[in-house]
Design a protein around this ligand. Structure first.
Ligand SMILES: [Zn+2]
Length: 55
């Protein structure tokens, strides 16, 4: 599974890169707000970021 985001490509709804949330385990799609940090995004939202499982 590739998780890298290539900003030179045009992404449509069906080709948006997706990831699996580390907290809830559900897939979520790339959003513009993550453009600069998509490689580091691990959670589907702030709620899951706060509730992240302990290591
Ligand atoms: Zn989540």
């Amino acid at each position: 599974m590739s998780s890298s985001f290539d900003p030179s490509k045009r992404y449509t709804k069906s080709t948006l890169p997706t990831k699996i949330c580390a907290t809830c385990g559900r897939p979520f799609a790339y959003r513009k707000k993550w453009r600069a940090c998509w490689d580091e995004v691990k959670y589907c939202g702030e709620k899951c970021q706060r509730n992240r499982p302990k290591p």
